[in-house]
Design a protein around this ligand. Structure first.
Ligand SMILES: *Cc1c(COP(=O)(O)O)cnc(C)c1O
Length: 227
């Protein structure tokens, strides 16, 4: 199964220079990723640690790897040496662990906080109170090896496009309201929202980073377990 390079070019043109495309390559082969790399893509998103490590080892080292799913604390150490952006941090505890592992690797790891905007119970993320707790925590500024660069959110999986739009709009409003934070390691500049089915709406509502998988790679390869 090859990549859809026409669609890729179309998306790149469509989103413009102000929106960054993360090609979501979970379950896709290294060959398919290499094809997209040849086409110029450098930012790729994965959400399974083991798979990410294997791909990192095999593929060119100038790829920026984004961890886009739910990251378990005990797995942070396995990707801390190379991960470019952890999208989907949803607790202070996880930030502390990322900070610890980043320090061991003598680097600063960029993170996005995942905000819960959908009405589905399966989606991870922080609500407004939990977000306030993190930004209000006196220890946050001491995590010198992390940087909070913005927010990430996933809208409901729904045909109701107005509902999807409202969820994105809510996240943009929240993002704006926190953009004046004066905490040294927090500087919000990334709003990651929008996937294959809803990225156009997300951009209209202020997204500057979209995470697109199936539109570019085609259907995901079925692998054992829940994907
Ligand atoms: C799989 C995934 C995507 C991409 O989904 P597509 O519908 O294939 O574009 C984006 N974001 C996250 C967090 C994902 O897990």
């Amino acid at each position: 199964m090859g990549i859809n390079s026409e669609k890729y070019k179309e998306i790149i043109n469509e989103i413009g220079e102000d929106v960054k495309l993360i090609a979501v390559s979970k379950t896709q082969t290294t060959e398919a990723i290499a094809d997209l790399y040849q086409a110029g893509q450098r930012d790729f998103g994965e959400n399974y640690v083991q798979e990410l490590i294997e791909k990192y080892q095999t593929l060119p080292k100038d790829i920026r790897w984004h961890f886009i799913g739910h990251l378990q604390s005990n797995k942070v150490k396995n990707i801390a040496a190379f991960v470019s952006l952890v999208q989907g941090v949803d607790s202070l505890k996880l930030l502390q662990e990322i900070n610890k592992q980043a320090a061991k690797n003598e680097r600063i790891i960029n993170c996005l906080l995942q905000i819960y905007i959908a009405t589905e119970e399966t989606k991870f993320g922080l609500n407004e109170d939990e977000l306030d707790d993190i930004f209000g925590n006196a220890q946050l500024k001491d995590l010198k090896n992390i940087k909070i660069c913005g927010f990430m959110g996933m809208a409901s999986f729904s045909d109701d496009l107005q509902k999807v739009r409202n969820e994105f709009r809510y996240l943009k409003t929240l993002y704006n309201s926190y953009s004046q934070l004066s905490i040294t390691n927090c500087n919000l500049s990334i709003l990651s929202m929008g996937m294959s089915a809803d990225y156009k709406i997300a951009i209209e509502e202020g997204s500057n980073m979209v995470r697109i998988g199936s539109l570019i790679f085609g259907e995901r390869n079925p692998l054992p377990g829940v994907r």
